[in-house]
Write a protein that binds this ligand. Structure first.
Ligand code: IMP
Ligand code: MG
Length: 175
């Protein structure tokens, strides 16, 4: 079995949208600092591109989570595999994710991080699959809403491959 990748959102379109969202974030956080929390591994490419375009002071921290349960059905309880290095007390936190699917991971993560007393907490995602949502999650910044298709590239993987593609593609399985 091999895979073919079809381009869904091209490189230039992704880059232009990230600049637009970064400009909006810079306006919204004017006069403040924004503390970006990158959700590893998928969020890393998006976080870097976004952070480079934000014009207010930025600090960065990283977190890695994995979902309990099998691949197709996450239980909604996430295990923190790598926790943040710094406390969130008094910070204006912006979580940066690759994709919101069922919303289970983010809804759990936001609850955990809210308990650490940040001044504010918002969510920014590269992609959103609203059709798949089972848990209500408020998305403050979203680059693209996409249909219910499995996508790769720009940090997103299929069996750990394709994260480095500079565009968003759809995986087609073929014999
Ligand atoms: P959920 O919102 O808790 O269901 O989980 C979201 C996570 O599932 C994302 O952070 C991705 O790691 C993964 N995921 C969901 N949809 C896709 C996809 O289309 N391609 C690659 N990973 C995906
Ligand atoms: Mg992810």
């Amino acid at each position: 079995m091999s895979e073919k990748i079809r381009v869904l959102i091209g490189e230039e379109e992704v880059d232009a949208k990230i600049r637009e969202i970064a400009a909006k974030i810079s306006r919204d956080y004017s006069g403040r600092e924004v503390h970006l929390i990158c959700v590893l591994k998928g969020g890393v490419f998006f976080t870097c591109e976004l952070a480079k375009r934000i014009t207010v002071p930025v600090s960065l921290d990283f977190m890695s989570v994995s979902s309990y349960g099998d691949d197709t059905k996450s239980s909604g309880v996430v295990k923190i595999v790598k926790d943040l290095d710094q406390p969130l007390e008094g910070k204006d936190v912006l979580i940066v994710e690759d994709i919101i699917d069922s919303g289970r991971t983010l809804s759990y993560l936001i609850d955990v991080l809210k308990g650490r007393n940040p001044n504010s907490i918002r969510l920014c995602t590269l992609l959103d699959k609203p059709e798949r949502r089972v848990r209500d999650v408020k998305v403050d910044y979203c680059c693209f809403e996409i249909p219910d298709e499995f996508v790769v590239g720009y940090g997103l993987d299929y069996a750990q491959k394709y994260r480095n593609l500079p565009f968003i593609g759809v995986v087609n399985l073929e014999d």
